[in-house]
Design a protein around this ligand. Structure first.
Ligand code: HEM
Length: 461
């Protein structure tokens, strides 16, 4: 027997449900059916998994059976079932191990990464200084700065903030991940992608993904021309080295299609998620000035203003770290993570989880779980500090998912978030667009859950 779920109607299953906001729908269904429920959407059986315990059980304990990606719109038609984010089986395992090693070789998870990020932070702060306290759109600036970090690690290149082609590319990434139907309706009813006039944006998403791949293909070709096995410069070089050893046939994990899509996954995965987190951060800072002031007080008392904040300072800035964790929780960046697929039948609490079903891991359910967080809708960084001011409850959030498919960029993202937020508040006070603007916390839901556009002012301290 499948886990419980709402009654189905002939042919449509549960497609009669209002899927325009899956966050609202799944919250409601969890109340009615519990932490694990099933939906029949078109020809697909979808199992929604809620709460930290059930997610660990499904993604970690049953990881053998739940770590594939489904052959469905987002993975199959947009990302061609290739690359570290969308492939499966042996090819995926090899790509994942190699990509994690490549990131580590470039300093991710080590102190070396700091220099690259701090260079970007410096340019970021200079550009903010140029706004002279006037309202501006900090999203564009953040987009370029964060993708520059990924580009420098992956491609060994960074781009000027005025580089029009690069600005266009980062906008494509943003549009792709904020599109509403990508891991919803289009995955369950693939026929929608062939509708005339593209009302669901499927063709647009495919076109965008192809443009991003084209950029990565050009970078790969340029690297090949200057490749020297004695001097591995970046992730691209390491993948070329693997191609030289294992070949580039279709079955190889390092075929051109796999390598190009992996580079694109790093660019996409490494940019939009971190930018969205930072956009929530700025918004929370202007909405809750008392939190901003307390964060700055901690920075001033611990470091002062005469030197940049570095990774070493992380151990001493507990309130700042608590604010970042609360931003990851309430910002709820990937409310449904990325869908997984069941590769073999297994039983869970007497229910059958059938081969071929799509698993939707509801990270949203973890971040707003009233069993773990009192007043879960409130922005309250203190929930991550104990009575001695030490960090606590870190294991109660799951912004990077869990298990074999969990985010490979977590340690990079955490360092970026720390260095960008703390150095920003050390130099500027963030204010809303005008003294009377009450910033809105309304969201736009796609693969990511981001705030609606807003302007801020940054006043030099
Ligand atoms: C705050 C920032 C970030 C958040 C919230 C985030 C979140 C996530 C989530 C929820 C997943 C899905 C895991 C699953 O399917 O169970 C994921 C996967 C992934 N992330 Fe991130 N991520 C962030 C930053 C990054 C960065 C900086 C990179 C790259 C440098 C990155 C690269 C990837 C890749 C390649 C995958 C696919 C892994 C696989 O399928 O094996 N992410 N991320």
């Amino acid at each position: 027997m499948l886990p419980p779920g709402p009654p189905t109607i002939p042919f449509l299953g549960n497609l009669n449900l209002d899927m325009s906001d899956m966050m609202i729908l799944f919250r409601d269904l969890r109340k009615r059916y519990g932490d694990i429920f099933s939906l029949i959407l078109g020809k697909r059986t979808v199992i929604v998994v809620c709460g930290i315990d059930k997610l660990h059980e499904v993604l970690v304990k049953h990881g053998d059976s739940t770590s594939d990606r489904p052959a469905a719109f987002w993975f199959k038609d947009v990302f061609l079932q290739a690359g570290v984010g969308s492939s499966n089986g042996k090819q995926w395992k090899e790509l994942r191990t190699t990509t994690i090693k490549a990131l580590r070789d470039q300093g991710v998870g080590k102190k070396e990464i700091e220099t690259r990020i701090l260079e970007e932070v410096e340019v970021f702060l200079e550009r903010i200084q140029d706004t002279a306290g006037k309202p501006f759109n900090i999203k564009n600036l953040t987009n370029i700065s964060i993708s520059n970090v990924v580009c420098s690690i992956t491609f060994g290149e960074r781009h000027d903030h005025t580089d029009k082609d690069f600005i266009k590319l980062t906008n494509l990434i943003d549009d792709l991940l904020s599109h509403p139907y990508s891991i919803g309706l289009l995955m369950f009813l693939p026929v929608l992608q062939y509708f005339p006039l593209d009302p669901f944006g499927a063709k647009k998403m495919k076109r965008y993904a192809s443009c991003i791949r084209e950029h990565c293909r050009k970078v790969l070709e340029a690297h090949r021309k200057s490749f020297n096995s004695d001097e591995i410069r970046d992730v691209v070089d390491l993948l070329i080295e693997k191609q030289n050893v294992y070949g580039t046939s279709e079955e190889s994990a390092f075929s051109d299609a796999m390598v190009i899509q992996t580079l694109s996954d790093l660019l996409i995965g490494g940019t939009d998620t971190t930018v969205t987190t930072l956009r929530w951060f700025y918004l929370f800072m202007i909405k809750y000035p008392e939190v901003q002031a307390r964060m700055r007080d901690e920075i001033m008392a611990t470091i002062g203003r005469n030197r940049p904040i570095t990774i070493r300072d992380r151990a001493h800035l507990h309130y700042c770290e608590a604010v970042i964790n609360e931003t990851l929780r309430l910002g709820n960046i990937g409310p449904f993570s990325l869908p997984h697929m069941v590769s073999q039948d297994f039983m869970l609490d007497d229910y059958l989880i059938p081969k071929g079903a799509i698993i939707m891991p509801s990270l949203d359910s973890v971040h707003f779980d009233s069993n773990h967080f009192d007043d879960a809708d409130k922005f309250d960084p203190l929930r991550f500090l104990d009575e001695k001011g030490e960090l606590t409850k870190m294991k109660d959030i799951m912004p990077f998912s869990t298990g074999r498919r969990s985010c490979i960029g977590e340690s990079l993202a955490r360092v970026e978030l720390f260095l960008f937020t703390t150095n920003l508040l050390q130099s500027f006070e963030l204010l809303p667009e005008t003294d009377t603007t009450d910033p809105s916390l309304e969201y736009k839901l796609g693969v990511t859950h981001g705030p609606k556009p807003y302007l801020i002012r940054a006043i030099p301290l």
